[in-house]
Design a protein around this ligand. Structure first.
Ligand code: IPM
Ligand code: MG
Length: 353
């Protein structure tokens, strides 16, 4: 098994270092994996003039799985769009056909009071958002800005084929089958034709999963319901842009965006695993970032790509134990609590493995 390690920018390298300590500890216990690292994002642009150099893409394509940190930095925001760090993650998703993005939002009991919502609203929350990653307005044509200054027109296109909708809705149904058997499909069919197609396809698939209960919700209502009563949801399936927005919203139900891992899978279970948070340039280089989302991303990799559920349980168990011991990075600490550094949090997880 070979893992491509792409730390990226900002806090990416700091939190990746902690995930690699966890991986080393698992290797000492007999896990057989090889790793190879490469630059990606702004770091790759600085070194090679491109956020996703050919060698980095090839490493990702040849590996069995990719562990990704985060990309993006203010210093690269002014570059032409095709050289911006974000292009790296979008390119990896597209080139490797990582179309199915699994974004769990689970509330660790120890952290129920870290949410900005009342703890009874979020305690026990266990939600899975399935987001489509290779279609929609992110990649639709035509796109661009044209015309003379003063009369310019900006265009992006929501674009979905039946096949794209069908394969992600299937992932939604299969995920619901393994959980509480309720799937909520998110669309905006009251306004958008592409989203009417989304709903029609979802309804077509229902007979194939008699054990799953399918419901539909317009995205604006879903955004409201996530705050009002998030525990009504089991699995949500959404297109690329709506899933992007709803998954950020859902992450905050859990108290910190620094806690949540994600998996982006192709049709064969190969995947890219990354924290759902970004590169957090405001705290980069200070050793205070929360490495748990990166560590839990490694856990998801063991579970979903390598089918090593017991090893994944060990990683998740070590994270839970560390939280139960009261160890907190700044983002999840209460006022007055002792704050652990990134490295201290990583070391605590390793010792709890
Ligand atoms: C995410 C991020 C990315 C996205 C950005 C960095 C391109 O927000 O993974 O959710 O919009 O998909
Ligand atoms: Mg996002």
């Amino acid at each position: 098994m070979k893992i491509a390690i792409l730390p990226g920018d900002g806090i990416g390298p700091e939190i990746m270092a902690e995930a690699l300590k966890v991986l080393d500890a698992l290797r000492r216990n007999g896990l057989k994996v090889e790793t190879e690292s490469a630059l990606v994002g702004g770091a790759a642009y600085d070194a090679f003039g491109h956020p996703l150099p050919a060698a980095t893409l090839k490493l990702a394509q040849d590996a069995d799985a990719v562990l990704f940190g985060s990309v993006g930095s203010p210093k690269h925001d002014a570059l032409p769009r095709e050289h911006r760090p974000e292009k790296a993650i979008l390119g990896l998703r597209k080139e490797c056909d990582f179309f199915a993005n699994l974004r769990p939002a689970t509330v660790f009991p120890e952290l129920a009071d870290a949410s900005t919502l009342r703890s009874e609203v979020v305690a026990g929350l266990d939600l899975m958002i399935i987001r489509e990653l290779t279609g929609d307005i992110y990649f639709g044509e035509p796109r661009g800005v044209s015309g003379e200054k003063g009369a310019r027109i900006g265009v992006n296109t929501m674009h979905y084929t039946e096949a794209q909708i069908r394969r992600i809705v299937h992932v939604g149904f299969r995920t619901a089958q393994q959980r509480n058997k309720r799937l909520c499909s998110i669309d905006k069919m009251n306004v958008l034709e592409a989203m009417q197609l989304w709903r029609d396809i979802a309804i077509e698939i229902v007979p194939e999963y008699p054990d799953v209960e399918l419901s539909h919700m317009l995205v604006d209502n879903a955004a409201m319901q996530l705050i009002r009563n998030p525990k009504q949801f089991d699995v949500m399936v959404a297109g690329n842009m709506f899933g992007d927005i709803l998954s950020d919203e859902a992450s905050m139900l859990t108290g910190s965006i620094g806690m949540l891992p994600s998996a982006s899978l192709d049709a064969n279970g190969k995947g890219l695993y990354e924290p759902i948070h970004g590169s957090a340039p405001d705290i980069a280089g200070r050793g205070i970032a929360n490495p748990l989302a990166q560590i839990l991303s490694l856990g998801m990799m063991l579970r979903y790509t390598f089918n090593l559920g017991e090893w994944a349980d060990r990683v998740e168990g070590a994270v839970k134990k560390t939280l139960a011991q009261g160890i907190r990075t700044a983002d999840i600490a209460k006022p007055g609590e002792t704050v652990a550094t990134t490295a201290q949090m990583g070391a605590a997880v390793v010792s709890n493995l």
